[in-house]
Design a protein around this ligand. Structure first.
Ligand code: SF4
Length: 389
């Protein structure tokens, strides 16, 4: 019997639940995510995921808590049918306590979204849809190996509205090979014409081990240069300034009240339970990562073994640094009283001269009781954060 519930009044942020679907129709050239190409995703994977959920649902840590958000991410979750995802969500509801006002998100790609599946997801209580559009240009989509085209992206957004989704995120990428400033502007303008509640604008990052990394090494990846990237960033700020989307994180923009609560929990270094191949959980500094290979994940669970790849117990100072770095991604910054309360440390004491230097160069600033990036620091956020690791 549960004797006590941990509530926000207990001073602890409610945790998030993440379910990873590691399958996509094909693998994009830049992708470094945990995803494997397949045409028909295995039913056995969802069964294994549920099995892992059951294990955690039986632990007191989970039984004492109400989850504030659920995020089914990937990969491409919508590679499974709406009925399968609805059933998965129903299972989670049965075994975990979800808040009555839980934000429940599903990620999908335009080539695997249908009217029927969207209606099923809405009926199951999914109230936020994140669509991987990336670009409104068939030439660019083809160049990065996406399995969808612009017409499918437009249709997916329209179908989502028709199915009743009133909280839609569109992902877009800039800095793509062969992308001009005009291409980027056009993608943004088309995205804004759909009046999304949320936009995530990512700069392409060429990660080691991807086909793009090999092409770059061979000098065959025509990426925009730094000036072009800066112009794209500036164009985005200019276009979005005329919209109702407000930047609240380095790469994320939302209408008031539509910020992604699930991701805010990550940036505030809150606790989360991650189920599925390659998913990560973090509770009070204990971090556990599941094996990435879905076949191995299914086999380990079928054999009654824990599907963990590795785990670590983070010392207090490492957690403090993570809280600072993740929190600075938010435009509101990181709360100084909260850092003091959680770790008994302040950035001033911990970072000393490094912090003084960043403050003197006006890359970060104190705003009220928060430490945050400045307008000058935002475009070079990665370099600023790297100094605080
Ligand atoms: S759709 Fe996303 S997760 Fe899947 S291969 Fe492409 S980038 Fe990776």
């Amino acid at each position: 019997m549960v004797e006590r519930m941990i509530t926000p009044e207990s001073g602890e942020q409610p945790p998030a639940l993440y379910l990873h679907i590691p399958f996509c129709r094909s693998k994009c050239g830049y992708c470094s995510f945990s995803s494997f190409p397949c045409e028909t995703p295995p039913a056995a994977y969802l069964e294994a995921l549920k099995e892992q959920a059951l294990f955690f649902a039986g632990q007191d840590w989970c039984r004492e808590r109400v989850f504030a958000t659920v995020f089914i991410g990937g990969g491409t979750p919508t590679i499974y049918g709406g009925a399968e995802l609805a059933e998965l969500l129903g299972f989670m509801r049965q075994h975990f306590r979800l808040s009555d006002t839980a934000e429940i998100s599903v990620e999908g790609n335009p080539n695997s979204i249908s009217h029927e599946s969207l209606v099923q997801l809405r009926r199951a209580g999914v109230n936020r849809l994140s669509i991987g559009v990336q670009a409104f240009s068939d030439r660019l989509l083809k160049g990065i190996g996406r399995a969808h085209n612009v017409a499918q992206a437009r249709e997916a957004i329209t179908l989502a509205r028709q199915a009743g989704f009133d909280n839609i995120n569109l992902d877009l990428i800039y800095g793509l090979p062969g992308q001009s400033l005009e291409d980027w502007r056009r993608s943004l303008e088309i995205a804004l014409s759909f009046a999304p509640e949320h936009l995530a604008l990512y700069e392409l990052s060429v990660e080691e081990g991807t086909p793009f990394a090999a092409l770059e090494q061979a000098g065959r990846l025509p990426l925009p240069d730094d000036d072009e990237l800066a112009a794209m960033e500036e164009a985005a700020q200019g276009l979005l300034a005329g919209s109702d989307l407000i930047r609240y994180e380095i790469s994320n923009y939302a209408r008031p009240g539509r910020q992604c609560r699930h991701n805010i929990n990550y940036w505030q270094n809150g606790s989360y339970l991650g189920l599925g191949a390659g998913a990560v959980s973090c509770f009070s500094g204990l971090r556990v990562k599941n094996v990435a290979d879905p076949g191995q994940y299914v086999n380990l669970i079928a054999a009654g073994k824990a599907p963990y790849h590795d785990s670590e117990c983070l010392p207090l100072t490492a957690r403090f640094r993570e809280s600072v770095i993740m929190g600075l991604r938010l435009l509101a910054g990181v709360s100084l009283p909260l850092l003091r309360e959680q770790y008994g440390l302040t950035p001033q004491d911990y970072y000393g001269k490094i912090l003084d230097d960043l403050l003197a160069r006006k890359l970060i600033e104190f705003g009220g009781d928060h430490l945050r990036l400045t307008a000058l620091g935002l475009p070079v956020a990665n370099q600023v954060l790297a100094r605080l690791v």
